[in-house]
Design a protein around this ligand. Structure first.
Ligand code: IMP
Ligand code: MG
Length: 195
C-alpha cells in the first residue's frame, strides 16, 4: 500500500504504521509560531500560567511556549477518561492535580485534541471553581462535527475530520507520541492490537 510520508527518509521508519500524514511537522511549527505570537500580544503585561494536560499536550506545549515572548510559569495536570481505548466517556479522573493555586492567575490551558469535548468541559468546570483571573484554551486539534458540548477554544491550531490520529503527543496505546507529524494509523495496527 502506498504511504504518504513523502520523500523524507527519516519518515521511512513509520511507514508500516502510518496511513496518511494529515499535518506535517512544518505546518505544525508555523502554526505554533503564529499562536505563540498571538498569545504574547494578548497576555502582554499580565502574568501567564500555562497549564498542560498530560500526557498528550507535552509536545505541542513545548513548541508553543518557545514562541511566547513573555515571562510565564508552567504547571501540569494529568487526567484519564474512563471508557474504551479510542473513545471517551466524559467521566474524568484527575491523576495529577496542579502543583499551585490558580486563584487570580491568568490560566491558559493547553490541550492536544478536542474530540467530544467532554474532557475539556470537565476540566474547565473544575478549574473555574478555583477562581482564576482568566481561563482560556489553546488546543492543537479540534475534530469537526463531533463535539457533544459547546467549547470555546480561544487559540486553535487546526481542525481535522473526526478520525483517530496519532503523533505530536497523541498516542494509540501509549505509542506514537514522538512522531513529528499528525497522521492516521493503518487499519492493521488496530487489528494487531485486538488479536
Ligand atoms: P474528548 O473528551 O472526547 O474531547 O477526548 C479528549 C481526549 O481523548 C484527548 O485529550 C485525547 O487524549 C483523547 N483522544 C481523542 N481523540 C483522539 C485521537 O484521535 N487520537 C489520540 N487521542 C485522542
Ligand atoms: Mg490519550
Amino acid at each position: 500500500m502506498e504511504t504518504k510520508l513523502g520523500d523524507d527518509k527519516s519518515m521511512k521508519v513509520f511507514e508500516h504504521d502510518i496511513e496518511e500524514v494529515l499535518l506535517t511537522h512544518e505546518q505544525i511549527q508555523s502554526k505554533a509560531a503564529e499562536l505563540g505570537a498571538q498569545i504574547s500580544a494578548d497576555y502582554a503585561g499580565s502574568d501567564l500560567l500555562l497549564v498542560g494536560v498530560l500526557k498528550g499536550a507535552f509536545v505541542f506545549m513545548a513548541d508553543l511556549s518557545r514562541h511566547v515572548t513573555l515571562p510565564m510559569e508552567f504547571d501540569f495536570m494529568a487526567v484519564s477518561s474512563y471508557g474504551a481505548a479510542t473513545q471517551t466517556s466524559g467521566v474524568v479522573r484527575i491523576l495529577k492535580d496542579l502543583d499551585h493555586e490558580i486563584q487570580g492567575r491568568n490560566v491558559l490551558l493547553v490541550e492536544d485534541i478536542v474530540d467530544s469535548g467532554l474532557t475539556l468541559s470537565y476540566l474547565l468546570k473544575n478549574l473555574r471553581t478555583r477562581k482564576p483571573a482568566s481561563l482560556e484554551v489553546c488546543a492543537l486539534l479540534q475534530k469537526t462535527g463531533v463535539q457533544q458540548v459547546p467549547i470555546e477554544i480561544r487559540y486553535k491550531a487546526f481542525e481535522i475530520p473526526p478520525v483517530f490520529v496519532v503523533g505530536y503527543g497523541l498516542d494509540y496505546g501509549e505509542r506514537f507520541r514522538n512522531l513529528p507529524f499528525v497522521g492516521t494509523l493503518r487499519p492493521d495496527v488496530y487489528r494487531d492490537a485486538v488479536s
